[in-house]
Design a protein around this ligand. Structure first.
Ligand code: DAH
Length: 339
């Protein structure tokens, strides 16, 4: 009996040494310790032994079983550990590579301009409002005192989805949207995309960006508008910048003005950037028309307001001396990386 048990132990050790996979060891375990395993089978023969031999044989077999169990467990642990090690090594990512020369990109020039504009107005206490690009023609036009026969409503000028729904031609409908849901005081700027049925050329695109401004409160006057735009112009274009208001017409403001800034390159003398004018037109503005306030349910006897709207592309092109609008949309890295 003793010899037989020794032989089994040696065999187990031999087989364990030869095994390289966890699976091999599981098989060895079944082969010797499983229900029909060799050691289990020998244990079962105890019943047939003479009672005087049984005790000794029993403890020998049990000892062997425990030993075999523990060397199998030991080998299993070593193999599992080494498999984990192997996995860790093979899946290791070298994070030590020097990537300092890699360019991670930069903001698009329109985003640069918009971020600066936002910062200036947020600094003056404005909040940012947004509205949908697919808009009701009622809000884009009617609510803004723009009657049915206005040329902007023509098929040539506006993209219609249905008769009542269009791609907004301006960010101004967000004025109406805001006034309809918010009581004055209102102090917002509205950045966003707008669409017009224009052909693409150096200064036109069927899609471009605007930033709208709206202030409604008690006792808002034209001097508030002028002071606000002057502060904006000086902060954005430089301390010595002057502004000029030229009378104009917009249906949603009365009085209305086009606003120029003195050229930030030549300070008004006349140069290439301002095309010899000394002034650069940057936005439209005016006092909110009483009809616009009324359409949004605001009493124009109590409240008044001013509004303005500027084209982002125009400001970016002036600021960065870009002579063709198409560069802004072509995604040419050689152009974009300059900003
Ligand atoms: N919505 C006008 C446009 O697209 C720009 C504009 C002018 C907006 C005057 C205003 C404003 O709010 O008061 O041409």
């Amino acid at each position: 009996m003793n010899d037989k048990l020794k032989q089994i132990k040696e065999l187990v050790e031999l087989e364990l040494n030869a095994s390289v996979k966890v699976e091999d060891i599981e098989n060895i375990k079944v082969k010797y310790l499983g229900k029909k395993g060799e050691i289990t089978t020998i244990l079962k023969t105890l019943g047939q032994m003479a009672p005087e031999d049984r005790k000794e044989a029993g403890s020998l077999i049990n000892n062997l079983r425990q030993e075999v169990e523990s060397i199998i467990e030991y080998k299993l642990k070593i193999l599992k550990d080494s498999e984990i090690d192997k996995k860790i090594t093979s899946e290791k990512i070298d994070i030590s590579i020097d990537k300092s020369n890699e360019k991670i990109g930069n903001k698009h020039p329109l985003t640069v301009v918009l971020d600066d504009i936002k910062e200036i107005f947020i600094g003056m206490g404005y909040s940012i409002a947004e509205g949908p690009e697919v808009e009701y023609s009622k809000l884009n036009f009617d609510a803004l005192n723009t009657p049915k026969d206005h040329p902007a409503r023509d098929l040539q000028d506006t993209f219609y989805i249905t008769e009542d729904i269009i791609l907004r031609t301006q960010t101004s409908p967000v004025q109406a949207r805001t006034m309809l849901i918010q009581e004055p005081p209102i102090k917002i700027i509205v950045p966003g995309r707008v669409y017009r049925s224009d052909n693409v050329d150096a200064t036109h695109s069927p899609m471009f960006h605007q930033v709208e401004g709206l202030v409604v409160d008690k006792n808002i006057t034209m001097s508030d508008l002028k002071g606000t735009l002057e502060t904006f112009a000086k902060t954005y274009f430089g301390e010595n910048t002057k502004i000029r208001l030229r009378p104009h017409h917009f249906p949603f403001t009365e009085p209305s003005a086009e606003v120029d800034v003195s050229c930030f390159v030549c300070a008004g003398i006349g140069c290439k950037v301002c095309k010899g004018e000394g002034w650069i037109e940057i936005l439209g503005a005016g006092m909110v028309h009483p009809n616009v306030l009324a359409a949004a349910g605001i009493d124009s006897k109590i409240y008044s307001g001013f509004a303005f709207g500027m084209g982002l592309e125009r400001i970016a092109m002036t600021k960065f001396d870009i002579n063709d609008m198409r560069y802004l949309y072509e995604n040419d890295v050689r152009f974009l990386k300059q900003f």
